[in-house]
Design a binder for this molecule. Structure first.
Ligand code: ADP
Ligand code: MG
Length: 612
């Protein structure tokens, strides 16, 4: 009986059959990689299930070429598949890829992305008319055959395969003008492709050559080869193959540590965030090997959350094959390796920041949020690890700077690190409080992401310099003289200011200021919560009532509007004074990027005054 492929599988299959993906030869890498996974799974099962006995040396992959029937066969004695698994695994796209594939279905032209789907098995159809899979699961007495000639479906029936494992027979397509599929029946071609793509596979890949069984791959895992013997490109291929990425990694870290706990590691920093990185679905972790044998696919204990973007593997002789998930956290070796990896990753990132700023900024755009979150969520405890990895936009350069760079060029009299918050750089530039601080010649960090200010607040300070929001009333840039002048002004106009304050519900007081240059008004926050933080808190789903910034409205004492307010008060025109106050307050909100409380009232007021 013929069964139908699931819709997205069919679509993918169509793409494969028509070979939009020009790099056809990768089918071999994909099928070998599946065979190797199946062998891994079997040896992993044997570790945990006493009933399953495996002779380690017997695990292997075999390739058979038959020019007469024009078939290429790949055989493994791994875990195998039962009927249901054949159905689920080969009838649908691998789970690793399906979500993303569905997302970008409309964008089928974007074929370079294909590696990330784990389309692996279907790539067989790039070169074959028909694919037959005989498989027997290690846990079943029965064997089954899956067969398909492409999009119109597949069939499954019982078969008489005796040994556990999987045999995949590819019936090659007819040769065409552009494609000589016969090439894949040549021993030399296969030898070359195995060397090129699958050399590191740690099971022997065997083939008959001149009537002798030969092993085609060196079997030395890439992380155990001499560093000088591995080309950059090989690491990149290894990464894209093993970690389902379509882009090569931004940075590769290979290290070897000898000591109380010895290990080798091969780590990769991706060049972009995986599509689910900032979601709950993302699982951090490194592959864990013990003497070259995979014992865990995602060991999360090896990475702190703030480096969760790192992919790769660790191989250690000191880790027992029988290590259990439950005891990982207390495992001395794991803790020691994790500590050492953390230091290594930190150093590498710092070096990248130092020597390859462009790469680092690319990295930071995608993963900087995770570093900031590391500081924030640890209440600043992790700041020693992370603070020198942070970047913020600078008002001086309008590009990213580090905190170290900032303080290295602080003016002599500058005691604090100034920052301003806004949704965008353009808006930050336009903030009324920014203008004056810049005029005094100070550099300001522009914080445009919602986590930024929370991060700085959790750090408290950097190299003993505290962070001060230019909108904070604590900002203190005035000379004694200027202060005195301002105090006197506020004192003499006390009654006016109080009257204005009473008409405005949402501000705690109104004052004159000399900290604005051309702008008439601004809002300044008092206490720990800034206006910007309040915006973030308000947008959170479980916004706690009562978390509010205490806000002071400041009027520029040197602006003509100040004079006008004084006049209105002297003329006892309280009605107009109230209208002016309201308009000024809403203006200030607009400048801060807040919404106007009551737009109708505002526009009516403005029109009324315009008509006068
Ligand atoms: P992926 O390898 O990314 O999961 P593939 O399309 O390459 O996706 O394979 C789909 C699934 O089919 C695999 O996850 C595996 O469960 C199963 N499979 C493929 N080849 C084999 C094999 N040789 N032995 C056992 N299972 C296999
Ligand atoms: Mg695969």
């Amino acid at each position: 009986m013929k069964k139908q492929f699931k819709a997205e599988s069919k679509k993918l299959l169509e793409m494969m059959i028509h070979s939009i993906y020009t790099n056809q030869e990768i089918f071999l890498r994909e099928l070998i990689s599946n065979a190797s996974d199946a062998l891994d799974k079997l040896s992993y099962r044997a570790l945990t299930d006493k009933k399953i006995k495996v002779k380690k040396d017997s695990l292997n992959i075999e390739i058979k070429l038959d020019k007469e029937s024009r078939t290429l066969t790949i055989l493994d004695n791994g875990i195998g598949m039962n009927q249901e698994e054949l159905e689920n695994n080969l009838g649908t796209i691998a789970k690793s890829g399906s979500e993303l594939f569905k997302e970008s279905m409309d964008d089928a032209k974007n074929i370079s992305i294909i590696g990330q789907f784990g389309v692996g098995f279907y790539s067989a159809f790039m070169i074959s008319d028909k694919v037959v899979v005989h498989s027997k699961s290690i846990e079943s007495d029965k064997a089954y055959t899956w067969e398909s000639s492409g999009v119109d479906g597949y069939s499954i029936k019982e078969s008489d395969k005796k040994e556990n494992g999987t045999e995949i027979i590819l019936y090659l397509k007819e040769n065409t003008e552009d494609n000589n599929y016969d090439d894949f029946l040549e021993e030399a071609t296969i030898e070359r492709l195995v060397k090129k793509y699958s050399d590191y596979i740690h099971y022997p890949i065997k083939m008959m050559i001149d009537e002798k069984m030969e092993t085609l791959n060196s079997m030395v895992p890439i992380w155990k080869k001499k560093k000088s013997d591995v080309k950059e490109e090989e690491y990149q291929d290894f990464y894209t193959d093993k970690f389902y990425d379509y882009e090569k990694p931004l940075h590769i870290i290979r290290s070897e540590v000898e000591g109380r706990c010895s290990y080798q590691s091969l780590l990769f920093i991706p060049s972009h965030a995986p599509y689910n990185y900032y979601s709950k679905d993302y699982e951090k972790g490194l592959q864990l090997y013990s003497k070259g044998v995979l014992i865990m696919d995602k060991c999360s204990e090896l990475l702190p959350d703030y480096f969760s973007f790192v992919k790769g593997l660790v191989d250690s002789e000191d880790i027992s094959l029988n290590i259990s998930r439950e005891t990982l956290q207390e495992n001395y070796q794991i803790t020691a390796i994790a500590k050492s990896l953390e230091t290594k990753i930190k150093k590498e990132l710092e070096a990248m920041l130092d020597k390859n700023r462009e790469d680092y900024e690319k990295f930071y755009k995608d993963f900087g949020m995770q570093l900031k979150f590391g500081i924030y969520s640890s209440y600043g405890m992790k700041k020693d690890v992370l603070q020198n990895l942070l970047l913020f936009y600078s008002s001086n350069e309008m590009k990213y700077v580090t905190l170290k760079e900032y303080i290295s060029r602080m003016k002599e009299d500058q005691k604090e690190i100034y920052y301003a918050c806004a949704e965008t750089l353009e808006k930050a530039e336009l903030l009324p409080q920014v203008e004056k601080v810049k005029e005094k010649g100070y550099e300001i960090l522009y914080l445009t992401e919602y986590l930024d200010e929370f991060t700085l607040k959790s750090m408290m300070n950097y190299e003993e310099k505290t962070f001060v929001n230019v909108a904070d009333e604590k900002l203190d840039l005035d000379t004694e003289e200027e202060k005195k002048e301002l105090d006197e002004k506020n004192e003499s106009e006390k009654d006016l200011l109080e009257t204005m304050g009473k008409t405005l519900e949402n501000v705690s007081s109104v004052r004159f200021t000399n900290r604005l240059k051309s702008h008439p008004v601004c809002l300044r926050s008092k206490g720990e919560i800034s206006v910007e933080m309040q915006k973030v808190l308000e947008s959170m789903p479980n916004n706690q009532e009562g978390v509010k910034a205490e806000v002071v409205m400041e009027v520029n004492m040197n602006h003509p509007i100040a004079k006008k307010l004084e006049e209105l008060y002297q003329d006892k025109d309280m009605d107009t004074l109230e209208k002016y106050s309201k308009i000024l307050y809403q203006e200030a909100r607009l400048i801060e990027g807040l919404s106007v409380d009551n737009p109708t009232e505002l526009s009516n007021l403005v029109c009324e005054l315009l008509a006068k």
